[in-house]
Design a protein around this ligand. Structure first.
Ligand code: PDD
Length: 287
């Protein structure tokens, strides 16, 4: 069945949706995106994603073409039109299509941003076979640019990282800079040692995960101590447990790093508990 997608104010069958070949998202990766999870047809942490979208756009000097209520309406309309129960909404805003290729930013008065949204269904989102088994990660150098706090569509290296992992029989890659883990290719990274949850602190080196903020809040509420600091690969391999977080994976246990099994090689109790709490609380707060 063909999806209904949103392009610049219109709801269209996916086969009829079009973006210009001169769009700066296509030519220069000049755009930002968000991924918001949908459970029971409702949005998880919509306001967190909206606030980060505003920040990403403002850091790149791209005008936000819609206010919060119009963004929410577009999300809800797509959920309704596509009968989405479990999955996500992807949104992308680019600096638009000036009608030629030029490094200089176009005048925003004559070149409006391009806005695209679409749904992606994922029936295995909550009851996830991967979460029951845990995932394996490899480590790779973090050679991305210095503004990873902006959620840009420059996803070539993360994509290459996932391919490197796949070639080695793993599920994902953790990126390492100056000896410390920054984050996963599309998620934030954590280890647990002696009951303490350790994750890199926020800076321009990592994306400020919306799931990260919620999970750390739930962890503190559940009296689990949290340390926001960098950790090395050696520390990670010697950890009791590890996990990653993102809108599309929630809390996903990691059971192997560079071929080294953590604990018994199965999802640990704290990561599994955090996953349960996150799903339960997010479900309650969904809009
Ligand atoms: N990725 N770090 C990176 C590099 C990411 O791409 C993501 C999200 C995260 C987690 O952020 P959040 O909790 O707000 O989803 C961390 C999305 C899901 C993606 O690219 O599909």
């Amino acid at each position: 069945m063909s999806r209904i997608v949103y392009v610049n104010g219109e709801y269209l069958p996916e086969g009829e949706a079009q973006v210009s070949i001169f769009d700066r998202g296509f030519l220069m990766a000049d755009g930002v995106y968000e991924v918001t999870t949908v459970i029971d047809g409702k949005l998880i942490d919509f306001d967190g994603h909206f606030t980060r979208l505003e920040r990403s756009l403002s850091e790149l000097d791209i005008r936000n073409p819609m206010d919060r209520d119009r963004w929410l309406e577009a999300h809800r309309e797509l959920i309704a039109r596509n009968g989405l129960d479990l999955g996500m909404i992807y949104l992308q805003v680019t600096r638009g299509a000036p009608g030629d290729r030029d490094f200089i930013f176009p005048d925003p008065e004559t070149t409006p941003p391009t806005v695209v949204l679409f749904t992606q269904s994922n029936p295995a989102l909550v009851d996830s076979p991967k979460a029951r088994k845990g995932i394996k990660v490899i480590s790779i150098d973090d050679i991305r640019w210095g503004r990873r706090d902006i959620k840009t569509v420059q996803l070539l290296y993360p994509s290459m990282g996932k391919m490197m992992a796949q070639k080695q029989g793993a599920d994902d890659a953790w990126m390492v800079q100056d000896g410390e883990v920054t984050e996963g290719t599309s998620n934030n990274a954590y280890i647990i040692k002696n009951g303490r949850i350790i994750t890199r602190k926020l800076s321009n080196d990592i994306l400020h995960g919306i799931t990260r903020a919620a999970v750390l809040r739930f962890a503190r509420e559940a009296q689990m101590p949290v340390e926001e600091r960098g950790f090395t690969l050696e520390e990670a391999k010697a950890a009791d447990e590890a996990f990653v977080t993102s809108a599309s994976t929630f809390v996903m246990p990691v059971v192997e790093i560079d071929g080294v099994r953590l604990g018994e090689g199965v999802p640990g109790p704290l990561a599994s508990r955090l996953r349960e709490i996150y799903i339960e609380e997010s479900r309650k707060a969904a809009i």
